[in-house]
Design a protein around this ligand. Structure first.
Ligand code: ADP
Length: 449
């Protein structure tokens, strides 16, 4: 449990960092100290001051002075040539003293550390020398002890502060974890409140954004499912009702054809609906086949318009073409679907004797295809939604014309897939113009055909 806690990990990291930095810096300072820093002068001074002190004193009181100095870790011994060396010094160590001509104090061992031996030759001009042992081991141990306690306090107090301040980091993480758990249970309305402007604040903002996007998708999915079931249910209900009425003999023989026509149209509507749903599902899936090729756009448009000739002649519509020979790169089948849906709508939402225009225009390295009708138009307030799935301006009229509000959403999906642009201009009662902008291939000729 401790291993997993973020708080404990933060404190452990702090302790590790302090200890590692101390060891490294201690090592480095020792290295530098050993090489460059020598604290010889104070030791030499102690030795020469001891000699000065002894010089001021009568010979018989020297032992007393040396005994007092020993209380301060300064141990002195006066030796004559041939005397046994004090402090277990070897002949070799004492050699510099015996060989010296001057009366300057000299170190008898060059070792670094709190214990040093200094010799002062010829102190009385009678061949006697003074050997001083300065032993600061005790002081050095006291200093080490104080340093150790200090370090320990830094670690304990620092860890406590780090533990308290780790809340600042840990709290939002706990909040995020709990919110993610709530979300996993299905509560997508959860949002995190905070005032932080750092990376954790950004993480919480992104979490909130993700939650709201998921909520939108969830709502869209719910709407989609209820729309699909409604669109399927309504033709099935009328088919069931009319077939039952005919079966039960409730419809007179001479009216039966009328009802059978309705049933027939409803089955066509259902079949169209399932086609469109399958197409949309396929376009939504990542692995929808997408094969852009180069081809003549004007030829494709002309062909699609000809395919719909029976429908536009039946409504006595005037169809005007203003096409330009041009090549584009697109998935031919998908773009054919776009023209089919737009021309079907233009025919469907036109009145008898209206006019449909299919016009191409070259603008800023793009070909703009305008499909314009003089039909009933779309109210301004509906315009932002006409590309939404299942959106129908007038549900009853759209359904009676075999529509289910999926045609334009398929158009939009295909256009987005290609990275093209689509625009709508419409005025209620006057007509609609839907324009698609497609980038031109460089070798396109701008000629009327
Ligand atoms: P539908 O199957 O209902 O035609 P669409 O997605 O093709 O579905 O169109 C959505 C809605 O936009 C339609 O219900 C219709 O009201 C409106 N609409 C589309 N094209 C036209 C047009 N050319 N003229 C008037 N209204 C149109």
């Amino acid at each position: 449990m401790f291993k997993k806690s973020l708080r404990i990990q933060i404190v452990a990291t702090f302790i590790m960092i302090v200890l590692i930095s101390l060891f490294v810096s201690f090592g480095i300072t020792r290295l530098i100290a050993e090489k460059e820093v020598t604290i010889d002068d104070p030791f030499l001074m102690i030795a020469s001051d001891t000699v000065s002190l002894l010089a001021l004193t009568e010979p018989q009181r020297r032992e007393q002075i040396l005994s007092i100095l020993s209380h301060y870790s300064i141990h002195g011994e006066i030796i004559q040539e041939g005397n046994v060396l004090p402090f277990s010094l070897t002949e070799e160590e004492a050699a510099p003293l015996l060989q010296s001509e001057s009366s300057e104090p000299i170190f008898l061992n060059r070792k670094h550390g709190p214990v040093r031996f200094i010799g002062v030759p010829n102190i009385d001009n009678n061949g006697s020398s003074l050997i001083v042992k300065v032993d600061f081991t005790y002081f050095s141990e006291v200093i080490q002890h104080i340093l150790f306690i200090g370090l320990f306090m830094v670690l304990v107090i620092g860890s406590l502060f780090i533990l308290l301040s780790s809340n600042y980091i840990v709290k939002p993480v706990i909040k995020l974890t709990n919110a993610a758990k709530e979300m996993a249970k299905g509560n997508l309305s959860i949002r995190l409140k905070h005032k932080r402007k750092d990376e954790l604040g950004e993480l919480m903002n992104n979490f909130n954004y993700m939650a709201s996007e998921l909520q939108k998708t969830d709502k869209m999915r719910d709407d989609f499912v209820s729309n699909v079931s409604h669109e399927i249910q309504s033709p099935i209900t009328s088919i069931r009702g009319f077939t039952k009425a005919i079966r039960d003999g409730l419809i007179p023989q001479d009216h039966q054809k009328e009802y059978l026509d309705i049933i027939y149209n409803e089955t066509i509507r259902l079949s169209k609906l399932s086609d469109n749903l399958l197409r949309l599902a396929s376009l939504d899936s990542e692995n929808h086949p997408f094969h852009p090729v180069e081809y003549r756009l004007d030829e494709q448009l002309r062909r699609v318009i000809l395919v719909f000739e029976p429908q536009w002649t039946e409504k006595k519509l005037a169809v005007e073409l203003d096409l330009l020979a041009c090549r584009v790169k697109a998935d031919k089948d998908l773009l054919e679907q776009v023209w089919q849906n737009l021309i079907t709508n233009a025919i469907k939402y036109s009145n008898y004797n209206d006019k449909i225009e299919v016009k191409m225009e070259m603008l800023n390295h793009e070909v703009h295809v305008h499909i314009k009708d003089t039909g009933r138009g779309i109210p301004e307030e509906d315009l932002p939604y006409i590309f939404d799935r299942f959106y129908m301006v007038d549900k009853a009229r759209s359904r009676s014309g075999g529509g289910s509000g999926l045609g334009l959403s398929i158009v939009k999906k295909i256009i987005n897939l290609h990275g093209f642009k689509v625009k709508v201009k419409s005025e209620q009662g006057k007509g609609t113009c839907i324009s698609i902008a497609i980038p031109l291939l460089v070798n396109t000729k701008n000629t009327n055909v």
